[in-house]
Design a protein around this ligand. Structure first.
Ligand SMILES: Nc1ncnc2c1ncn2[C@@H]1O[C@H](COP(=O)(O)OP(=O)(O)O)[C@@H](O)[C@H]1O
Ligand SMILES: [Mg+2]
Length: 307
């Protein structure tokens, strides 16, 4: 079976819309479904790092890889959970906007940094947690990605915010990365009884059609409590509304974005309609350990990188 690694940037120039929460819980839910995942925390606030139970450590981030001081394999960290790995963030990344802004290869820098890991096929998904700005790091993340997932809140002017980021996606598609897709839009912190919510959701669905995920994430207190414990809510309280909705979302995401292909591959369209995984997606093959140790994944990436 081949594994075709997908790099997905989770981006929105606005802060506090649920990007990091979506990164952490999508990654966790995918890993529980036997997908191997690498989260790359590109926000100097390092909330994804902390939310996955890791600490910030100087020199352990994408930063030294971007400066050429370290190989990427040396900064991939396992988490407590199988299949779930992270490249943490650290304060050094805060200077990246200024420091790398003049670099000639600034648009390509993250793509080049991630290339050995993508080519190794060690991961199904590489999920990038972008900082909340349309700066160099976010742009370079979009250049590196196969798709962009936009978490948004159903609030006043949501469409304006969407226009900004989809404009960026379009510009990058026309210039450096013609393969970049709008992976989708997911509503977060939804209060489904509010009239405004219903109107905004209807407007966005009307405009973006099937790009909008069916699953919506409700506002849920367990979701907001989980980060302080360093455990994704899908693991901390799997029966909570927040966790259930992130799991449903991850299932939808996985069906829309298959990474494993076999001779019996079913067309992606059929998968979407039925919301069922392809035979190749449903269960990992017997030969593959169900819980692939995170360290092995990192080691596999290391081999490819140093080879
Ligand atoms: N579904 C949710 N229910 C309740 N609180 C949430 C939910 N999603 C996110 N939050 C909280 O909202 C705040 C912003 O979320 P975060 O994911 O950090 O946004 P971003 O990364 O876009 O800045 C955090 O305190 C987070 O815990
Ligand atoms: Mg964030």
């Amino acid at each position: 079976m081949e594994r075709n690694t997908k790099i997905i940037a989770i981006a929105n120039q606005k802060g506090g819309v649920g990007k990091t929460t979506t990164v952490v819980n999508l990654a966790a839910a995918l890993s529980a479904r036997h997908r191997t995942v690498l989260v790359v925390d590109l926000d100097p606030q390092a909330h994804a790092t902390l939310g996955l139970g890791l600490e910030k450590r100087q020199g352990v981030s994408l930063y030294p890889v971007l400066t050429g001081e370290k190989a990427i394999a040396d900064v991939i960290q396992p988490t407590k959970w199988p299949n779930l790995n992270v490249i943490p963030s650290e304060v050094d990344l805060a200077g990246a906007e200024l420091e790398f802004g003049m670099r000639e290869d600034r648009l390509e820098m993250i793509r080049s940094a991630l290339a050995p890991v993508k080519e190794s096929g060690a991961f199904d998904y590489i999920i990038l947690d972008c900082p909340p700005s349309l700066g160099v790091v976010m742009t370079s993340s979009l250049v590196a990605s196969d798709g962009v997932l936009i978490p948004i809140q159903a609030e006043f002017l949501a469409m304006d915010g969407l226009a900004l980021i989809t404009g960026s996606i379009e510009r990058i598609r026309r210039s450096v990365n013609p393969d970049l897709e709008l992976n989708g839009i997911v509503f977060t912190m939804v209060n489904s009884v509010a009239r405004l919510t219903q109107d905004v959701v209807a407007e966005v669905r009307n405009h973006f059609g099937e790009k909008v995920y069916e699953s919506m994430i409700p506002r849920n207190v367990r979701v907001s409590e989980a980060p302080s414990m360093g455990v994704p809510v899908v693991f901390l309280d799997p029966r909570s509304k927040g966790a259930e909705s992130y799991k449903a979302f991850a299932w939808e995401f996985m069906a829309k974005n298959p990474t494993r292909f076999s001779a019996l591959k079913a067309p992606a369209e059929t998968v979407q309609e039925s919301e069922a995984p392809t035979p190749a997606e449903a269960e990992p093959p017997a030969a593959e350990p169900i819980a692939e140790p995170a360290t092995e994944t990192a080691a596999a990436a290391a081999e490819t990188t140093t080879a």
